[in-house]
Design a binder for this molecule. Structure first.
Ligand SMILES: [Zn+2]
Length: 476
């Protein structure tokens, strides 16, 4: 359906549309899916039993462990790729589809042959490949075009993509978005590829209006530009992606931009996970991420796997409605949101379903950054709001180490700080110490560092993602 029409459909119509898309997807595509074909059979579920999105409750969830490669089964991910063959097509394809395939074999390749790969970026689990076909790449472009529409971008916008060049969704979503939306763009590959200095020069000389990248890196980029007195007066939109946005960071970036001549800078965030194959965006700060109801169905479930009400907290569970290549049904993301809304967006009047912007990692997941320091559990994510929102901090890094690098010694929590030039370090040190103790119950050592040295330590120009929190205990 045309997005122009889709984005203002009444919520009942959206639900009807999702019911019919799901029914067709299960009937026409899932027979080609090795893992789910098996799962349906094992649980005595016929494809025809799934007629509407509520019927998904009959299906077990799919977890990261079901997909991620293991030493024993390194090619598990292939079981999640649609793989029609002659027999399956004979048995399951509609008459029209069979005719289409007979007339033109290219049609089959376009729809089902994998041509592009992204990898998941989990810290602990093995990276899982997610495959796209040519059909999917069109969808990736379409979702990017929609993102630009929700962001109110116009043809005169000029985009600088500073996501790290890698087989990850963030970089490629931005590439396909600018291509599909017909926007002039420079895909820099980030600090590690083009280098921060040249990215700043490009933003200036291209009079770039939109800059996209990871929050930690964009902070570094924009702060450095300010230091160099660069002209960023044309930048009016900063798009965050790739990771959670620490509280306080938006305001810091907006202040930098205003001081560099930008009149009304907006800082908006995207949400995505590799298995979902496309990213979603806010139209305004805290408006929630606007979904594409014809591409996916999102449900929110509680700890027991029961669906919760429309604006209740729970885990985000994803079902593909219209993708090929790797597809997932009832995939548990491990991300917890405060709610899913179907009512009209108060800011842009679109009726696309929205996921509340405050997304956290579920504590059941290993990559929830909980670690034991001196015997007590510390949530490492607690450092982000403390550090990012403090006005006297330029950059920071947290290191958890063993005293004297001796594995039998006690744990130490060290916080490296590059303070602002005019800051009173002793005062800052005491403030931070108190805040960290009250949040984590661990007393930190706070060490002052030169900005240049700290940037090197963070790997801002050398790593795919800066090393914000380092735990050296395991390496000893
Ligand atoms: Zn909106």
């Amino acid at each position: 359906m045309n997005f122009h029409k889709l984005q203002y459909l009444k919520p009942e119509k959206i639900k009807q549309l999702q019911n019919s898309l799901l029914k067709n997807f299960i009937r026409n595509q899932i027979p080609y899916h090795p893992y789910y074909r098996n799962l349906f059979q094992k649980n005595n579920i016929k494809f025809s039993y799934i007629k509407k999105t509520d019927d998904l409750k009959k299906l077990p969830f799919t977890s990261k462990e079901d997909i991620a490669p293991t030493a024993k089964e390194p090619k598990k991910f292939l079981d999640f790729v649609l793989q029609p063959n002659e027999d399956l097509i004979k048995k399951h394809a509609t008459f029209n589809k069979k005719i289409k395939i007979i007339l033109n074999k290219e049609h089959l390749y376009h729809e089902y042959k994998p041509v592009h790969i992204h990898f998941t970026t989990g810290r602990t689990a093995n990276a899982t490949p997610v495959l796209y076909t040519a059909y999917d790449l069109q969808k990736l472009g379409e979702s990017g075009k929609r993102m630009m529409d929700v962001l109110s971008a116009s043809k005169s916008d000029i985009v600088v993509n500073s996501f790290p060049y890698a087989p990850h969704l963030a970089f490629w979503q931005t590439f396909y978005a600018t291509k599909a939306a017909n926007l002039l763009s420079l895909h820099t590959g980030g600090g590690r590829i083009l280098g921060t200095g040249r990215i700043i020069k490009s933003i200036e000389s291209m009079k770039s209006t939109i800059v996209a990248g990871m929050p930690g890196y964009l902070y570094h980029l924009i702060r450095t530009a300010k230091e160099q007195k660069a002209d960023f007066s044309n930048v009016n939109l900063v798009i965050f992606g790739g990771e959670r946005v620490p509280a306080g960071l938006r305001d810091k970036i907006k202040d930098f931009l205003k001081s560099m001549g930008s009149k009304h800078p907006r800082v908006l965030s995207t949400y995505a996970f590799t298995e979902g194959k496309a990213a979603w965006v806010e139209c305004k700060e805290e408006s929630g991420y606007h979904l594409y109801p014809d591409f996916e169905f999102i449900e929110i479930v509680d700890k027991n796997g029961e669906r919760v009400g429309e604006d209740e907290k729970g885990e985000i569970v994803y079902t593909s409605l219209n993708w090929r290549g790797s597809v997932f049904l009832r995939y548990k993301t491990g991300d917890v949101t405060k709610g899913l809304f179907y009512e009209k967006c108060p800011n842009c009047n679109r009726t696309l379903p929205r996921i509340d912007g405050a997304i956290e990692r579920s504590s059941e997941y290993k990559d929830f950054r909980l670690t034991k320091i001196k015997g007590s559990f510390v949530n490492l994510n607690a450092f982000f709001p403390i550090m990012m929102s403090h006005k006297d901090i330029e950059e920071w890094q947290v290191e958890i180490r063993k005293k004297n690098n001796d594995p039998y010694e006690i744990d130490e929590l060290v916080v490296y700080i590059a303070p602002k030039k005019k800051a009173n370090f002793e005062k800052l040190k005491n403030e931070l110490k108190n805040k960290i103790i009250s949040e984590t119950e661990v007393t930190p050592q706070i060490i002052k560092m030169e900005l240049k040295e700290l940037l090197k330590k963070l790997g801002m120009e050398t790593e795919l993602k800066e090393k914000r929190i380092v735990d050296t205990r395991e390496k000893i």
